[in-house]
Design a protein around this ligand. Structure first.
Ligand code: FE2
Ligand code: FE2
Length: 258
């Protein structure tokens, strides 16, 4: 089966670009399941019911999240109600939502797990132990294919967790840095891995935000309000070809579509 993972969708402009491009990509590459990171899909960051709706209507099956998912309270009810909108599993238990989605594909159940890294980010429950717990839940539910969105800053932590999960899950793909890495590979145990799949939004931006605002923030150290950039968009992602019988990856293709 072919799974497409799409990098952090940034703002309304990113949602609209996805809406324009995804139907054709799904057809062209015969995609069976689409996972997209939606933590920045709302204008002004976070995710809102309206931006989630845009992602689903574009053809996304599971929306994963990150450190910005719980930024907007308006999404809290949906995090509890919709089984296909995730927030990282290692956020505090007091918050709404869950970090695992189970998708019934007919021939098997696919589990999608979302977890936050802790290096150079806010401290959270251990990502290694958290993923182990979620894998247990996935296996109890009969999932033969397990896909992990590892939302983290440090490449070292992402690589380490990738190797830790090698052979235990089908795919580990990284998100959060919004910059696509060129290290897509099948690890020795058969797990498909990439450190970061990139982002979907304005190409000439800093992580989707207007570049001049970020220059001002970093150079003059003044507080700024983030405004999404405008201009030509790009969709970044990665396609994983997974053997249904072994649950392991046979091919990986990085996508970067203008
Ligand atoms: Fe993001
Ligand atoms: Fe993030």
């Amino acid at each position: 089966m072919k799974v497409l993972a799409i990098g952090d969708i940034c703002g309304k402009i990113g949602c609209e670009f996805l809406l324009k491009k995804l139907p054709q990509i799904k057809k062209e590459y015969s995609i069976d399941l689409v996972i997209a990171n939606g933590e920045n899909s709302a204008e002004g960051n976070g995710i809102l019911p309206s931006s989630a709706e845009m992602l689903f209507s574009a053809g996304v099956d599971v929306i994963t999240g990150g450190n910005h998912t719980v930024r907007r309270k308006e999404i809290f009810d949906l995090l509890d109600e919709n089984p296909f909108i995730l927030r990282p599993a290692n956020l505090p238990h007091s918050l709404p939502g869950k970090g695992i989605a189970l998708v019934d594909m007919g021939y098997t159940t696919v589990a999608v797990i979302n977890v936050l890294g802790v290096v150079y980010t806010e401290s959270m429950a251990c990502p290694f132990e958290t993923v182990d717990e979620q894998i247990k839940i996935a296996k109890q539910a009969g999932a033969k294919i397990i896909i992990v969105d590892l939302h983290a800053e440090a490449t070292s932590e992402k690589r380490a967790i990738g190797f830790y999960l090698d052979g235990k899950v089908s795919v580990v793909f990284g998100t959060h840095t919004h910059v696509q890495t060129a290290d897509e590979q099948i690890l020795p145990g058969g797990t498909g891995y990439i450190t970061d799949i990139g982002m979907t939004g304005v190409k000439q931006s800093v992580l989707g935000v207007d570049k001049d605002i970020i220059i001002q923030k970093l150079k003059d150290k003044l507080p700024v309000r983030f405004i999404n950039a405008t201009g030509e968009c790009e969709l970044n992602g990665c396609i994983f070809d997974i053997d249904k019988s072994t649950g392991l990856v046979t091919d990986i293709k990085r996508l970067s579509i203008m």
